[in-house]
Ligand binder design. Structure first.
Ligand code: SAM
Length: 276
């Protein structure tokens, strides 16, 4: 592997969210070739850097790091390559970095990204809910009023919602979501890419009941389907309802009636009605 120093600039490097095997060859090469590595927590990142064979000195960086530190980093970037990593996943995504990227860019230095694992995106791939439009909400407030206001603010958004959460807080967050969003389809994804990876699906009230007794351990991403469309209506359910409606009505009327009853898009019901 080429271990030559990299051209000066800031390198945003995504790291695994639980499985070291997900550290990409390009991430390894970048971490080996930079002159300094900025990390959230040096102890957390030491293991990963040893695994990558990276030996550059590490410094701690947070977005609330003082201006003096940011100025030192900017001065260094004129001649040296500096990587930014977070404890896990993609820097800047519910993690520090955006203020640094903005400052580096406005100082005229290069910014490169080495993309990789991100819990929000990984959760969307597991949930089986619509992914064409999604809204990432990060962590909701732990204060009940602020949390409920945030949920109300996005209740009408026609997109899947993606939220970060921890095991102990899952129950109360699900309850608040169910109270405001009702029967929407959702998924609780947990420990993605680790030994106990799981994805539990159901409506929000079903998930509230599922986790009422025993809060799960580990790291969690909640995905909630868009409003007004129960994506869980299976083709079998749809066909049964259509067969019955088609015995009484024209295809377009049957499709309209079934779309209304099962809360599925009219287009889907009509296409299926024409096939029956
Ligand atoms: N920057 C990270 C990323 O790209 O996903 C997220 C950092 S944020 C501080 C940490 C949160 O991400 C956790 O509380 C959890 O909600 C989510 N998370 C991280 N790793 C996860 C995993 N392996 N499985 C499920 N959720 C995870």
């Amino acid at each position: 592997m080429n271990d030559e120093p990299l051209p000066p600039g800031l390198y945003i490097v995504a790291t695994p969210i639980g499985n070291l095997g997900d550290l990409s060859p390009r991430a390894i090469a970048t971490l080996r070739r930079v002159d300094r590595i900025l990390a959230e927590d040096k102890r957390v990142s030491a293991k990963l850097l040893a695994h990558a064979g990276a030996t550059a000195p590490m410094s701690t960086y947070h977005d609330h790091s003082d201006e003096a530190l940011r100025d030192r980093i900017l001065a260094e970037l004129g001649t040296r390559a500096v990587a930014l990593i977070s404890d896990a996943g993609t820097p800047l995504i519910s993690d520090p970095g955006y203020k640094l990227v903005r400052a580096v860019r406005s100082a005229g230095h290069a910014v490169h990204t080495v993309p990789g694992p991100c819990a929000a995106i990984a959760a969307l791939t597991l949930a089986g809910l619509p992914t064409d439009r999604f809204l990432f909400l990060g962590f909701l407030s732990s204060r009940a009023k602020a949390r409920s206001e945030s949920i109300a603010e996005v209740a009408g958004v026609r997109a899947s919602l993606v939220l970060y959460e921890s095991g102990p807080r899952l129950g109360e967050t699900l309850a608040a979501l169910a109270e405001r969003l009702g029967e929407r389809d959702a998924a609780v994804t947990r420990e993605i890419s680790k030994l106990h990876e799981e994805c539990v699906t159901g409506t929000l009230p079903e998930l509230v009941a599922r986790y009422a007794e025993a809060p799960p351990r580990g790291e969690i991403v909640i995905v909630i389907g868009p409003p007004g469309e129960r994506v869980s209506a299976s083709n079998e359910e749809l066909d049964r309802a259509l067969d019955e409606a088609l015995s009484r009505l024209s295809p377009s009327r049957a499709a309209a009636e079934v779309a209304e009853t099962l809360n599925v898009p009219k287009k889907r019901a009509y296409a299926r009605a024409l096939e029956r």
